[in-house]
Structures are given as C-alpha cells and as structure tokens.
Ligand binder design. Sequence first.
Ligand code: GTP
Length: 316
Amino acid sequence: MTDGVLSPTPQEGFRSGFACFVGRPNAGKSTLTNALVGRKVAIASSKPQTTRHAIRGIVHRPDAQLVLIDTPGLHKPRTLLGERLNDLVRGTWTEVDVVGVCLPASQKIGPGDTYLVGEIAALPKRPKLVAIATKSDLVSPDRMAQHLLAIAALEETLGVSWSSIVPVSATQGEQLDVLADELVALLPEGPMLYPDGEITDEPEETLVAELIREAALEGVRDELPHSITVQVEEMGLREGRPENKPLLDVYATMIVERDSQKGIVIGHRGSRLREIGAASRQQIEALLGTPVYLDLKVKVLKEWQRDAKHLNRLGF
Ligand SMILES: Nc1nc2c(ncn2[C@@H]2O[C@H](COP(=O)(O)OP(=O)(O)OP(=O)(O)O)[C@@H](O)[C@H]2O)c(=O)[nH]1
C-alpha cells in the first residue's frame, strides 16, 4: 500500500472501527492513546482534566485500522463547559465499536469508577467493553491480581460484561500489543477508513494549540488548568525563505479567565511566558518537522468557561 492512498479493496478479514478510552481523570487515557499510536497526538499531563477535545489517533496494522478517540474524564459539572464536556463523552460512547475502561492499578476502584461504569451500563446502545488495568508498572503482581479480581467483580455488581480484562503499562510499553489485539478483535470487518500513515485527523492548528496549553500547564498552581485555553490565530510558512530553510510562523493566544491568572502565566518580567514559548516551540518543531517562529500572547476573557458565546467562539 502506498503512503496517503486509500486501498479500495482491503484484504479479506481486514477490520476497521473506532474505540475510545474512558476513565476517571488521570487514569492514563491520553498516555495510552499516544503509546498505541506511537506518536504524541493527545496531550498527557500529571494534572487531571487536561484533555478537552475528542482527539483521534490512528493505529495502522497490516490486518486492521483502529481509530482511537480520546475523551475528557467524566466529572461532576460545575460550569457550562463541564456540562458540554460530559455530553461529549456520552455521545462518543454510543458512536464507537469498543470502549476501553481504564482503571489504574495504582488506585483502588472507587465511587468515581463505579459511577462511570454504571453510566455505561445504563446506555441504551451499549458498546463492547474491554477493561484496562492501567499503570501496571506501579504495582506488585499481588496487588495486580487483587485489582483484576475487583474489576471482574464489577460485572456482577454493575451489570456489565467485559470482553476481556487487560493489564498494561503505557509508559513501559508492556502489554500494548495484547491490548491492541483485543481491541481489533472487537471491530467489525471493513475497509481502511484513513490513508495509510495518517496518525490523526485533528487539524494541525488544534495539535499546536494543545502543545502550547500543555507547556503552559507545566508547574502552575492547581486552579489554573481549567482556566487556560489556547487559540492559534494564524499559522503558515513564511514567504521568501530559501526552500531548504523553511520557517513556520505561528501566532497564538493563551486565554485565561482573570487578571491574576494572566500574571501567573506571564511571570516575573515575562519569564514564565518565555519558558512556555521555548518549551512549546520545541514540541511544535518536533511534531511538524519545521523550524518555528512562535508569537505568543496572553489575553483575559472574563469567565469564559461559563459564557455560551465565548465557548461557541472558542469551539467548545
Ligand atoms: N507509571 C505510569 N504512569 C502513567 C502510565 N500511564 C499514564 N501515567 C501517568 O499518569 C498521569 C496521567 O496520565 P494521562 O494520560 O494524562 O491521564 P488521562 O486519563 O488522559 O487524564 P485526563 O486527561 O485528566 O482525563 C501522567 O502523569 C502520566 O505520565 C503508566 O502506564 N505508568
């Protein structure tokens, strides 16, 4: 198969379809998506609820194409943004072929997990379910055995049925193949959905905005993550450059809710802003393979998370 060309008649037995990972915040969904796809497409961070878009990663195999949709964690909505995120998650569950429920081995199954699995059990059109015991590298075999039993017990208490239960470590690359096999086995037979080699159908602007947001979240106080969003205003190759020395201009704005947050993001004499710029520029260059000129601004949009007009404009 050639790069970028859809095969009109895939081999017999070829499978294709959609899967998404769900789980409480910080369960390891984004990291798992990236590990399976083999490149950074969804942002992962140590702070909960950093994923906002249903970013897709695509796993290409000789026998299958698995399209992964990364959803935000389901949580008690406190703002209009929160409600919209929850709707997005539930909507995704009914559209995919398989849902992988991520249950981190490093934590006991708790009310957050049972709430989530209960919500899936209550869906009228229930997807096939695979339970994934994430972060297996963090626990002993004994603890893992306990965890797997607790996961199996959810079948009875919550009325779900696992197609399989798979322990994985996304960071150590353990059992990723096994998980991919299990997910692929649950897809219907069908043609390739995306050209070979494509890893995501998110526009580059969205990926760039996510990388900047990720850099902005590094080492800031806990209340800030929910308040930052990034917009790429303009992006394009600079004209008049020699062909072997391209430069990509990126004009982006970080949007926060309050003046005090603007101060945090900018830092003492602009030091934080410079750090964010340098870190995200490096990531964008790695993603797109071109040197980048990044113009990064900060803007306050008061209470944007609660304002329907702002949310619509920002694409939520
Ligand atoms: N040790 C270990 N850490 C992991 C593993 N997978 C993820 N993590 C860490 O767990 C944290 C959360 O991972 P994410 O992938 O961002 O989790 P998420 O479920 O996408 O989080 P939200 O976007 O908040 O819903 C990060 O610090 C990851 O590095 C793993 O297999 N092993």
